[in-house]
Design a binder for this molecule. Structure first.
Ligand SMILES: [Zn+2]
Length: 89
């Protein structure tokens, strides 16, 4: 069994397929609330993005994140996410 292959995830922004450890996970754990999941283990609907500012910006601006997580993300929440990403990239 190939464990690494089983752990591949796609970036919702650029579509790149890489091991999930190399991606950042966002999780929607409450209606309309999305946060960065640093452990990768939070329950809830998750979305993966590259560790790159441009993927985050286009993912948020084009509403890909909202479609993937099936939530509406407020501007405040989006800015919060972008700030967290900026701090962790
Ligand atoms: Zn990407």
């Amino acid at each position: 069994m190939n464990l690494r292959y089983g752990s591949l995830r796609s970036c919702i922004s650029c579509g790149l397929k890489v091991h999930k450890d190399q991606l950042l996970r966002l999780v929607s754990n409450a209606p309309g609330e999305v946060k960065l999941d640093r452990t990768g283990k939070h329950p809830g609907r998750g979305a993966y993005l590259c560790n790159k500012g441009e993927c985050w910006e286009s993912g948020l601006k084009k509403n890909r994140l909202e479609r993937t997580l099936r939530v509406n993300i407020s501007t405040v929440n989006k800015n919060m996410i972008l700030q967290e990403i900026a701090a962790s990239v």
